[in-house]
Ligand binder design. Structure first.
Ligand code: CTP
Ligand code: MG
Length: 360
């Protein structure tokens, strides 16, 4: 009976979980869209192989990490196994020219970007109502590994993890706080915040820390590293599922409410670093402070913007995934976390009302 009286927390969470599930389900890519994308990948791979026969084109990002929404961009990474290969900038130019000649894509090579890429787009047609947007990068092996890591986390607890992440992606896009170019956080950053919360904040944890589980068989230093970066994590999800069960049985709605509460008021923004590898770290110990830049002027302004929000990349540990988040951006993001928290505490008659208001 208590479950039925509409204003109890238990009843609200029960309804909201169902709403979240239905909401996310209708935003997933269709089988047709996935097929088209796979065809595009194969076609581009064949073309690039005419330049470099040993090359492979692999998906990373949302198309490969289990957190893909309808019409999301494709992130592709080209690996070339040959010993002698042009550098990334030259490759971007070469591949860009090739694809301009051989395909109908609109092609934009960005050889001088921090990470050189070729940008491709195809405008909407009948068969492809939203067109396609795709970035091709080169030799970005760490991105392939962090994609695999996120995918493994998604597989451990597919329902709760996927719904939370997909909902946050949609929500952050609708609330306009998912844009590193405009001082807010990338989807990748939000995914890391969710995993950090489920591994290190929730007690008992919803997810194990895959980077701290030792290998079943000894593996070599080479297998464990890319350059100086330790890329080890326990990726045998089947074995893990037999040996590890979360003692946390909260519903996805309860977790989401708690997520917003935690990032509205508990996370230590001023001093803390969220690390899914190692838990809560200190900005000080990583040297991620707003140190004055001796060059002054514009450099000083930039330095003051850096490291407002700190999220350690799981493998590239000296890289702050949230380094693009500015002071104003963080103010917006925290404001949105608080707004979401407030809306979810209201508990109106119908949970769907909260969901609609959250994403309004
Ligand atoms: N990535 C990264 N470092 C960043 C941003 C992104 O290594 N600072 C890599 C990650 O491998 C990530 C991929 O680029 O999975 C794509 O990032 P992003 O576009 O932010 O995430 P998606 O899951 O693709 O989300 P969306 O659907 O919004 O494109
Ligand atoms: Mg993407």
């Amino acid at each position: 009976a208590a479950l039925r009286s509409s204003n109890t927390k238990a009843y609200f969470c029960h309804e909201l979980s169902q709403c979240l599930y239905d909401f996310v389900l209708q935003l997933l890519p269709t089988a047709e869209e996935l097929d088209v994308k796979e065809d595009v990948r194969k076609l581009l791979e064949k073309l690039i192989q005419t330049l470099e026969p040993s090359s492979r084109l692999l998906s990373f990002g949302s198309t490969a990490n289990g957190f893909s929404l309808r019409n999301s961009d494709m992130d592709l990474c080209c690996l070339i196994d040959a010993k002698e290969r042009p550098n990334a900038s030259d490759l971007v130019q070469l591949v860009g020219d090739l694809l301009k000649r051989e395909t109908k894509f609109e092609v934009k090579p960005l050889p001088h970007a921090r990470i050189p890429i070729v940008k491709l787009s195809l405008s909407a047609t009948d068969g492809l109502p939203f067109g396609i947007a795709c970035d091709i990068g080169f030799e970005n092996r760490l991105a392939l590994e962090n994609t695999r890591l996120l995918y493994s986390y998604a597989c451990i607890d597919p329902t709760r993890v996927r719904i939370m992440v997909l909902f946050l992606k949609v929500w952050s896009k609708r609330r306009k706080i998912n844009s590193p170019y405009r001082g807010t956080l990338s989807s990748y950053g939000y995914v890391l915040l969710v995993i950090y919360f489920l591994v290190h904040v929730k007690n008992p944890p919803v997810l194990p820390n895959l980077q701290q589980i030792p290998p079943l068989q000894p593996i070599t230093h080479e297998e464990m590293h890319i350059g100086e970066h330790n890329i080890w994590f326990f990726d045998d999800v089947e074995t893990l599922r037999q040996r590890w069960r979360s003692q946390n049985h909260e519903s996805v709605a309860e977790l989401l409410i708690d997520f917003f509460k935690y990032y509205s008021r508990d996370f230590l923004y001023n001093t803390g670093v969220a690390s899914i590898r190692a838990g809560l770290l200190k900005k000080e110990s990583k040297g991620w402070l707003n140190e004055p830049d001796p060059r002054g002027g514009r450099y000083q302004d930039l330095a003051q913007e850096r490291n407002r929000l700190c999220i350690e990349d799981p493998f590239e540990n000296d890289y702050n995934v949230a380094r693009c988040v500015t002071r104003d951006g963080l103010y917006l993001i925290r404001g949105e976390f608080m707004r979401a928290s407030r809306i979810l505490l209201h508990r109106p008659e119908r949970a769907i009302t909260s969901l609609a208001e959250l994403c309004a």
